[in-house]
Design a protein around this ligand. Structure first.
Ligand code: ATP
Length: 455
């Protein structure tokens, strides 16, 4: 794995995974842009999550709710009142920092001065105005988590799918937080993506499902290539527990800057649906909620056995896509000494995550038959729907191997003179991890590739 963030940042920029946002204007703190390979990796990680959370289960539905929502969503969700971090100002150097991240909240982290304020609450939501009138009433916020869109659509999803408990709603999308001190590359940013599941169950079955999801989510991260010894659980307690949570288990990963949260799995009880439902008094809610004077829908489900309407409990595995990508890159990053005394950098991604699945390289740039066969193979493999197959005609296969090691391409295929002269059109297939080369006939290549990627 990568030992420092710097080596990752440098590779990400050099090879086109991740760039500083607004770089040509001096940058924008806490915002990053995903380049040609970054977007592929991100899409692959999202697809793996969706496959596991939606397609491979029969009790989860998908959703894509709007980012801009009615301001009442944040009034009743509790974000307007409580979505804050404690902040300290330094009178000396004018910097601001998050109190719970400071080494000592009486000493400025930046200049060492003791002339600092006491911590005060800073709301992390970005406020904005909607419509042509900018006035007291026209404000709302960019969503700080995707979850609220799931709660506000609870009735729509239940009515349109006839779901009964237990079942979940999954969503992937952008969230925004005006972090006081964004840092550590894409670990803590102001605009990021989350992959969230809200899993609704009967009260009383919540603890069982909470355990289930903690373990299922750890297993999923292992399946993305993270090593067991680099994952830890943290049981969140006391003051660190969110106001809505009965219990939370954070899944931590050993990032280059230390063990930090990758995903949180929270038991949110009936707090959210209970907060957003109308007729709150009818349901005997267990959570303490603000009195809702605006909701027009009952967010409850019929318990067929007991023939009554109830507000379910909710278990939420909430993962950061950007943090996930950083974890996967950290883990995949490998520097290897080779037997011939040289070294190489390889990103040992799991095949399903690799930004480029197969690179096809003609040995000679200007030999028409070689080029034609290479292009034909590219088109054939592309149709398999595995992801990006790259035809790359630089005429330097050795350099190509190095580059594709560095971006984690599992398979390189070289088309050479043998391929156009010998029967069966043999091509050379080179494996990223073993660096071994084998010969495969062109007609057998699609089956070889499918077998490699789908197992
Ligand atoms: P932290 O304590 O690190 O600020 P959090 O506990 O506030 O995180 P949650 O509200 O539980 O985070 O959000 C769920 C997930 O969303 C986190 O586990 C993380 O992966 C991701 N996430 C949250 N804030 C950020 C951020 N500023 N940048 C990138 N990812 C984030």
């Amino acid at each position: 794995p990568a030992k420092t963030m710097d080596e990752l940042v440098s590779l990400c920029k050099r090879r086109g995974f991740i760039f500083q946002g607004s770089e040509i204007y001096g940058g924008m703190q806490g915002a990053y842009d995903y380049g040609p390979l970054g977007i592929e990796l991100k899409n692959n990680l999202k697809a793996a999550w969706w496959r596991s959370m939606v397609y491979e289960r029969d009790d989860v539905e998908g959703l894509d709710a709007a980012i801009i929502q009615n301001k009442h969503v944040y009034k009743y969700s509790g974000h307007e009142d409580t979505f804050t971090d404690p902040m300290v100002d330094c009178h000396e150097c004018k910097s601001r920092m998050r109190a719970d991240h400071m080494k000592d909240i009486k000493v400025c982290d930046n200049c060492g001065s003791t002339n600092v304020t006491a911590p005060r609450d800073f709301n992390l939501m970005f406020k904005t105005n909607v419509g042509p009138m900018v006035n007291e009433e026209s404000y709302t916020y960019l969503r700080p988590e995707t979850a609220q869109g799931i709660f506000t659509n609870f009735k729509n999803v239940v009515d349109s799918t006839s779901r009964t408990l237990p079942f979940g709603i999954a969503q992937i999308g952008k969230s925004f937080r005006n972090e006081i001190t964004p840092r550590n590359f894409i670990f803590r940013v102001r605009e990021f993506e989350q992959m969230e599941l809200e899993f609704f169950c009967k009260p009383g079955e919540d603890e069982k499902w909470h355990d289930f999801w903690v373990n299922a989510r750890k297993q999923w991260w292992l399946d993305q290539g993270l090593a067991e010894e680099n994952i830890q659980f943290e049981y969140v307690t006391g003051d660190d527990l969110a106001h809505y949570s009965k219990s939370t288990v954070d899944i931590l990963y050993k990032f280059p800057h230390g063990f930090e949260e990758l995903e949180g799995v929270a038991n949110r009880t009936d707090y959210d649906l209970g907060s957003h439902t109308k007729a709150q008094d009818e349901f005997g809610l267990s959570a303490k909620v603000k009195k809702n004077e605006h909701s027009t829908a009952k967010l409850a489900i019929r318990d067929l056995e007991e023939n009554k309407w109830e507000v379910p409990f909710c278990i939420e595995p909430s993962a950061g896509l950007d943090r996930g990508l950083l974890a996967v890159m950290t883990e995949a990053y490998t520097e290897e000494e080779l037997p011939n005394g040289t070294s190489r950098t390889v990103l040992k991604f799991k095949p399903h995550l690799a930004p480029i699945k197969v690179a096809i390289m003609p040995l000679k740039k200007n030999k028409p038959e070689i080029v034609a066969l290479a292009k034909e193979l590219k088109n054939k493999l592309q149709k398999l729907g595995l992801g990006r197959i790259l035809y790359e005609n630089t005429g330097n296969v050795g350099k190509g191997y190095r580059r594709h090691d560095e971006v984690g391409t599992p398979i390189c295929v070289t088309v050479d003179f043998d391929s156009i002269e010998k029967e069966g059109a043999p091509v050379t297939v080179r494996d990223r991890d073993t660096m071994e080369q084998i010969v495969v006939n062109a007609a057998d290549l699609p089956a070889y590739v499918i077998n490699y990627f789908i197992n």
